[in-house]
Design a protein around this ligand. Structure first.
Ligand code: ATR
Length: 292
């Protein structure tokens, strides 16, 4: 347990609700493992109070903050500075203290990039299919193009939302890499060997038997799948991938590495692979995930 003293630095999570977040486990464990005098807790912040909360945190000498739903967009107006990729995504989940305020980052996306790297999934020159077009898909579409994907197809029930993301990402990178389509467009795909990134909320517990595309043909033509959902640990999407003999990963490492990346930014340290693994094991225990 972290001992709290007069010298102890404080970090925390703002959002609503925040009480059941796994972030305190991630950061307090990392602080212990790295021997840092820092503790992390949660702060429930109501809509409309974000600016006040961020300014107050700075005045209280709080080292860093995470930001979760529903404040990832609203918080941007309260920042002193912002990382360019977080700015283009339009969502911030990590605040790093600077002299006169906080600088905002998007470590959700850094977390996914680290998960993909660890699993050997390379976006460079890849054919990518994004399922869903919410806030997560938007961030992931930016990541795909930034990492050099050859072509990204966003499939979404509401095709206008996919179009808006495609337009923004293409305009930002001055390319035509991202394309928006209704979900059924997979039936006329000419592409094969694609990386599928499942970003929709379909399949999230307790709707664990649901997924956006059931048709095995879609999975036969895929190379690998990553679901950003981690509860359940094996989603229907992952099951369908595996039934076709394709590797599939859940979003737990993305969650781990968004935390690790934030912790590194706040404390100016490098978390080792062994330390990250230790946190990962504790996260699985906390979430009741038994497999490997
Ligand atoms: P975020 O928090 O990431 O912004 P969101 O806005 O809730 O998430 O969007 C989640 C995604 O899941 C969206 O792409 C949504 O599709 P729509 O844009 O058409 O709403 C998708 N989604 C959620 N429930 C769905 C359902 N029952 N069928 C199809 N898609 C669904």
């Amino acid at each position: 347990m972290n001992e709290i003293k007069g010298t102890t630095k404080l970090c925390g999570l703002i959002g609503n609700p925040v009480e059941h977040s796994i972030s305190p486990l991630i950061h307090n464990t990392l602080a212990n493992l790295c021997g840092l005098d820092m503790v992390y807790t949660t702060f429930r912040v109501e809509a409309g109070n974000v600016d006040c909360a961020v300014k107050g945190a700075h005045a209280l000498n709080i080292l860093g903050m995470n930001v979760t739903v529903p404040h990832k967009q609203e918080v941007i107006a309260a920042l002193e500075d912002i990382d360019p990729i977080a700015q283009s995504i339009g969502a911030v989940n990590t605040l790093v203290r600077t002299a006169h305020g906080y600088k905002g980052y998007n470590t959700d996306i850094l977390g996914l990039a680290r998960e993909l790297e660890e699993e050997g999934v390379s976006l460079a020159d890849a054919e990518v299919v994004l399922l869903g077009a919410g806030g997560a898909a938007r961030a992931i579409a930016f990541l795909c193009v930034e990492k050099g994907a050859k072509h990204v197809t966003i499939l979404n029930r509401t095709v206008e939302k996919a179009q808006a993301i495609a337009q923004d990402v293409n305009a930002h990178f001055q390319t035509q890499t991202v394309e928006a389509q209704p979900i059924d467009a997979y039936k006329t795909f000419t592409q094969e060997g694609y990386i599928v990134l499942q970003t929709s909320s379909v399949g999230l517990y307790p709707n664990s038997d649901k997924t956006l595309i059931e048709d095995e043909v879609f999975y036969q033509k895929a190379a690998v799948g990553v679901d950003i959902i981690y509860n359940p640990a094996e989603t229907k999407f992952m099951k369908l991938m595996k039934q076709q003999g394709k590797p599939a990963y859940n979003g737990l490492k993305m969650l781990l590495y968004q935390g690790v990346s934030a912790f590194e930014l706040w404390n100016d340290v490098q978390v080792t692979a062994e330390q990250a693994q230790e946190v990962y094991t504790l996260m699985k225990k906390e979430l009741g995930i038994n497999e490997e």
